[in-house]
Design a protein around this ligand. Sequence first.
Ligand code: SF4
Length: 401
Amino acid sequence: MVVTLREPMVPITEIERSAFCQTDKDLKSKTLEEEFNKGVRWQKLPISYMRTSPEELDTRITEAKAALGQRLLILGHHYQRDEVIKHADLRGDSFKLSQYAATQTKAESIVFCGVHFMAETADILSSQNQSVSLPNLTAGCSMADMARLDDVLDCWDDLQEVLGPEGVTPITYMNSPASIKAQCGRNEGIVCTSSNAPATFEWALGRRERIIFLPDQHLGRNTGLRMGIGLDEMLVWNPFKPLGGHTEDELRRARLILWQGHCSVHTRFTVPQIERARLQYPDIRVVVHPETTMEVVQAADYNGSTEYIIKVIDDAPAGSVWAVGTEVNLVNRIAAENPDKTVFCLDSVVCPCSTMYRIHPAYVAWVLEGLVEGVVVNQITVDEETSGYARIALDRMLSTV
Ligand code: SF4
């Protein structure tokens, strides 16, 4: 039996954006009912789960996991809460987790503690006899939601008309819906991650003279600059304006067209935060994610994917001091796992990713206890056609980088 309750896209409200921000690093989970009282609109689930304490949920998740044994695989993205990530069989970034899922054929059920596009990718890469569940269907990604298929199709038609059929290659970041990955697969395009974006740019520019990069303008701009594309050769496509807000000549002159999307977590980091950190600790090293703005990347010492950030700090000498520009749950965990170093988040107001935070332990317990009863709750299924074309774009990435 499969239970899927509703579509995942629930935009983050202003209330939710700041509901779980802290200044004292206390991100401990409360009961789901208490968290709902902050004014959020997450997926509803049976009332008994709403009122169960985090401690009891912890015991129930552990018991359900033990009952399911090797039939279950729990994947946890680095940005998940501590009370959730502790139950994951593997932690990683979205691509590492999906790749791992593809090799774990023994597990009948994959529970992806992350956001919607990640569960979709796991469904595309896993085998047909495996189910993929997302514990809370409202856990989307605000950046992925900024590239709606209709808008992307309109943009693609315009670009074909102005630039011709061989004028531009689409590249989409892993953080995008399966439908956008499929659009890239259909049109000689490719998927990239934050660690292999430069290699995919090189691949694309060897084929056609322009790239359209979706949906994160910052990762696209930072990568373009790294590849020697000048700011005067880039433009931002605004989906709400005719021709993205540009003339035909401007489009013809561009080498890199950036979709107007961004990550609300990573764009919180600023150059003044880096300057303050450097004043406080003259020998500090600053490492940021390339979803931060160009100015922040240029002011930092290092930039790279979540896996890169973890490694660079793990490998650093004892006593070194690090300011980190990425999601706070990961920063706190790196700090705890590197007690011989000083590691802190660049932003003193600590805000978790609002959509990642929607995976409360109550949802994990609900999904796992369902599986114990033979019920697949919140299954994520990508239709065959979309899955096939998205897989082409993913496989191109795998064979390129
Ligand atoms: S951190 Fe940004 S890109 Fe990642 S899931 Fe949250 S909103 Fe999306």
